[in-house]
Design a protein around this ligand. Structure first.
Ligand code: FAD
Length: 446
């Protein structure tokens, strides 16, 4: 098969390696210049949390160990209160962690591996149009403005949240469903440099400053810096619009994030020059056109970043497509099965991600939420076959997202009753509570 891939971001680059493993001819067209070219100024350091689904996608092409070398383990959340106190909440059992990885370094490594595997990557090529019946895609060179086209047996659209491939399905096919929803919050990136050559804060944690309606987070980088992201409303009393100059921004940080600000010597410059970006959820269907075009990754299911699952879900797309390609079914059947399997999962992870924003910015600071997590962790330790906390299902397992979402709602119903028990704070680890959970599990059996 001769395959075209539109977009050599994280998912497109990994997919290229998988397709080469199947022996297909692979040509990748990427709108941006080659980020490995050192004459192009390096962008800001942006990092992502990689968890088990992402690592599984990489392991399928033998790259998990290589990628682990550029990751920093984060064993839990480090919560920063407004008074500057910190408390640590483990993500799972001892030994379970998520990984902070630089988006740029990961993408470069995947492109190198795709080329080593025999894929061709063409840069500065912006997809403009697809002839869906012929799987011919058309590009404009972003430097020379020259027009080119690529003929293939099939096209994979991995061109991200604002996919041009998806737009072709929208404008050229009948009954294409499409919905996009922007969050009222945007985000701005800031940084915390090392102090005396060392990390300025605990390195093996994802730091969160939860403040109710908004939050600041920080993830470690291997150069001992932290990339911080402020998720904050666009409009309103406390909003990007309200912090319209450096004085108001500084005063706000001094009031709300004083310990973080003290570690940000470049705050003024970064606040003024780093953009405020928006966050979107995209749902659409169908994700394919016969055997000629298939959307994967953000092009099919862009989600907000609060569960750290966008890339992980996209890499899991590659794992599942690889399994289906091994089935021997026709390509059209493979695409149909892929969409049938992945669409409910894409929808579920979108909901989980939106829900986790409220958890991160608000609930993690609530002692009752922390207690609930402790009760769930204890019950899981004693009865692992009966209970796996939602975070662990999403992050440390390959339970399909839609099943995890359904189980999570079932668990919520049970935990609401458990948390309503009089005196739960003092008897949370008692036999009485354990037996009550058993009885509720029986009563609300799935
Ligand atoms: P992209 O990475 O966006 O790649 C798309 C590629 O297509 C790009 O290279 C682009 O240049 C190219 N392209 C676009 N248009 C065209 C065109 N017309 N022609 C040719 N090429 C084109 N996910 C996690 O798993 N963990 C996290 O912690 C996490 N944190 C995040 C934090 C933020 C602030 C954001 C915004 C996202 C986060 N994500 C996270 C989500 C993750 O970034 C995406 O899910 C992931 O990048 C999707 O990969 P992709 O390859 O589908 O799309």
């Amino acid at each position: 098969m001769k395959a075209t891939i539109a977009g050599s971001g994280l998912v497109g680059s990994l997919l290229a390696i998988y397709l080469r493993k199947h022996g297909h001819e692979v040509n990748v067209y990427e709108r941006r210049p080659d980020m490995r070219d050192t004459s192009i100024p390096a962008g800001r350091s942006i990092n992502l949390a990689m968890s088990d689904r992402g690592l599984r996608g990489l392991a399928g092409v033998g790259l998990a160990d290589e990628i682990r070398k550029i990751c920093i383990p984060m064993h839990g959340r480090m919560i920063h209160t407004i008074k500057g106190e910190t408390n640590f909440q483990a993500y799972g059992k001892p030994g379970q962690y998520i990984n902070s990885v630089s988006r740029g370094e990961l993408n470069k490594l995947l492109m190198n591996e795709a080329e080593k595997a025999g894929a061709n990557i063409y840069f500065n090529q912006r997809l403009t149009r697809i002839d869906l019946n012929k799987a011919t895609s058309h590009y404009t060179d972003t430097v020379t403005h020259a027009e080119t086209f690529a003929e293939a047996d099939t096209i994979f659209g991995t061109d991200g949240a604002f996919s041009a491939a998806r737009m072709q399905l929208m404008t050229n096919t009948d009954r294409f469903d499409y919905a996009q929803k922007y969050l009222e919050h945007g985000y701005k990136e800031l940084s915390i440099p090392p102090i005396n050559g060392e990390f300025a804060m605990e390195e093996n944690a994802l730091h969160i400053w939860p403040r109710g309606g908004y939050m600041l987070i920080a993830l470690p980088n291997i150069d001992k810096t932290f990339t911080c992201t402020l998720f904050f409303p666009f409009e309103g009393e406390e909003s990007f619009a309200a912090l319209h100059n450096i004085e108001t921004a500084r005063a706000f940080f001094e009031r709300v994030f004083p310990d973080a600000l003290a570690l940000m010597p470049n705050f003024d410059d970064e606040w003024q020059h780093n953009p405020v970006s928006s966050l979107v959820t995209v749902k659409c269907l169908p994700w394919h056109y016969t055997d000629k075009l298939l959307l994967l990754g953000d092009a099919a299911h862009a989600i907000v970043p609060f569960y750290g699952q966008g890339m992980n879900c996209g890499f899991e797309d590659c794992t599942i497509l690889n399994q289906l390609l091994e089935s021997g079914d026709s390509l059209e059947k493979v695409f149909e099965n892929f969409v049938a399997q992945r669409k409910p999962n894409g929808d579920a992870v979108a909901e989980l991600a939106l829900g986790n924003f409220i958890e991160m910015r608000d609930k993690v600071a609530d002692p009752l939420f922390v207690l609930r997590k402790k009760i769930e962790a204890r019950f899981n330790e004693k009865h692992p076959a009966l209970w796996l906390p939602l975070y662990s299902m999403v992050t440390f397992s390959d339970i399909p997202y839609d099943e995890a979402h359904r189980l999570g709602q079932w668990q919520n119903g049970i935990m609401e009753k458990v948390m309503a028990l009089p005196g739960i704070e003092s008897k949370w680890d008692s036999l009485e509570v354990e037996e009550y959970m058993h009885s509720l599990i029986k009563e609300f059996s799935l």
